[in-house]
Design a protein around this ligand. Structure first.
Ligand code: PDD
Length: 275
């Protein structure tokens, strides 16, 4: 069974197919997507592919294969993996060329992996928590770039404190998590940070917006402070891999009395029905 793909070849994950001069390896010069596949069906595939091409365009990376050709390769890898529930990782870089900061005239590289996923429904006995962390990233966080150093440093700090995620704060306002979007609930309304260059337009965030609209739950896109987050009635974070994850701790502050709130429960149930 093949679990990976590199520039047209289906391979196994441990095959050494990427040369040292690959610009993803040398510079992190590329963009990526993480797509979850439920029962053989990629969740919101078109939205992921659209975002991938938007990220590529934002770093002036001209992808030579069109969206349909890439989708065909994705479907091929899903079939060749023999898995029905998996996480598919797609990475597009500025190709293979001797190390030089300037753009090469070579075609891009496309690589993918397909791996089974483990659904995380809750974390530990106390439930999942987050720590507040300064947002030390660049100005263009709407691009799903391979450069994740500030994200991994903040996430590692969270992990070392016993938390699932670090919630990033820029100019006194919450932006997002290191690999998730953040939602608070106040008086039965959902509040989430508005889209800007400072956050990723999450595909799960998009799903939550549509679910809230269908369910008649008000969803307001506005900035909020860490203090507002600590005082919220409910708090949850979203991503392709965490789906809808209730959060009960912000550092040492308990949220929602440590129990899943009604709004979070409804959003989670309706999300599960769309999978
Ligand atoms: N991360 N914000 C950031 C910075 C992210 O990296 C992610 C996803 C999200 C949520 O986006 P989505 O709902 O489309 O997964 C928000 C993926 C899962 C990752 O890097 O592994």
């Amino acid at each position: 069974m093949f679990s990976a793909y590199f520039n047209g070849a289906f391979v196994t994950c441990d095959e050494p197919v990427i040369p040292i001069d690959e610009r993803g390896h040398q510079f992190g010069d590329g963009v990526y997507e993480v797509i979850r596949v439920y029962n053989g069906q990629p969740f919101m595939l078109d939205e992921h592919i659209e975002r991938l091409y938007q990220s590529a365009a934002a770093i002036k990376l001209c992808v030579d294969s069109d969206q349909d050709t890439l989708k065909d390769s994705i479907w091929n890898l899903i079939h060749k993996s023999g898995l029905s529930s998996l996480d598919l990782y797609v990475q597009i870089t500025r190709g293979i060329a001797p190390r030089n900061h300037l753009f090469p005239e070579r075609p891009v590289s496309i690589s993918m992996t397909a791996k089974p996923f483990r659904h995380i429904s809750s974390v530990g006995e106390k439930g999942a928590g987050v720590t507040l962390h300064p947002d030390e990233r660049w100005e263009n966080c709407y691009i799903k770039s391979l450069n994740l150093l500030p994200n991994i440093l903040a996430k590692q700090t969270a992990h070392e404190k016993g938390f699932l995620e670090a919630v990033l704060v820029r100019n006194g306002k919450v932006t997002e998590g290191t690999s998730s979007n953040v939602f608070i609930v106040q008086d039965s309304s959902i509040i989430t940070t508005p889209l800007s260059k400072h956050i990723l337009s999450g595909i799960t965030r998009m799903a939550v917006k549509s679910i809230a609209e269908d369910a008649g739950i008000p969803l307001i896109e506005r900035h909020f402070s860490p203090e507002e987050m600590i005082q919220s009635d409910e708090l949850f974070i979203t991503s392709t891999t965490l789906e809808i994850m209730p959060i009960y701790w912000v550092d040492n502050h308990l949220i929602s009395e440590g129990k899943k709130g009604t709004v979070t429960r409804v959003i989670q149930e309706l999300f599960d029905r769309r999978k």
